[in-house]
Design a protein around this ligand. Structure first.
Ligand SMILES: Nc1ncnc2c1ncn2[C@@H]1O[C@H](COP(=O)(O)OP(=O)(O)OP(=O)(O)O)[C@@H](O)[C@H]1O
Ligand SMILES: [Mg+2]
Length: 102
């Protein structure tokens, strides 16, 4: 079933289940959560690779002093991705070197 994380987790996890007397249902839910978490992480990594960004930048590392025309509130709002649900386009414009690609 390609449940890689579950598979790698089971041997150690069985010890915990036995020791703590976890129910089969709780154990399965826990293992499934681990697998979902792992799959989401992998999907995110693959999407970042496929996107082919020149470099990976994180919003929480953004230097607001570098580009004072962009506010924290605006960046937070973009990070909520509500523009996707609203089917809106986001356009960055400005002279060279002001941080559009960044
Ligand atoms: N907020 C920021 N904090 C730190 N460094 C930044 C920030 N914005 C831009 N930089 C850095 O400044 C440099 C120029 O930024 P960037 O390449 O994004 O400009 P640009 O507007 O896309 O330029 P061009 O129009 O030439 O494509 C890059 O090295 C980038 O990492
Ligand atoms: Mg650019």
């Amino acid at each position: 079933l390609k449940l890689e994380k579950m598979y790698s987790y089971v041997p150690n996890y069985l010890d915990t289940v036995v020791k703590e007397g976890t129910s089969v249902l709780d154990a399965l839910v826990h293992l499934t959560d681990k697998e979902i978490e792992y799959k989401n992480e992998m999907a995110s990594k693959i999407q970042i690779t496929v996107a082919g960004f020149p470099f990976v930048k994180k919003a929480d590392e953004y230097d607001y002093d570098f580009q004072p025309s962009v506010s924290k509130i605006q960046i937070k709002d973009l990070c909520s991705l509500r523009f996707i649900e609203n089917r809106e386009n986001i356009l960055f414009y400005g002279t060279p070197g002001v941080g559009k690609t960044h």
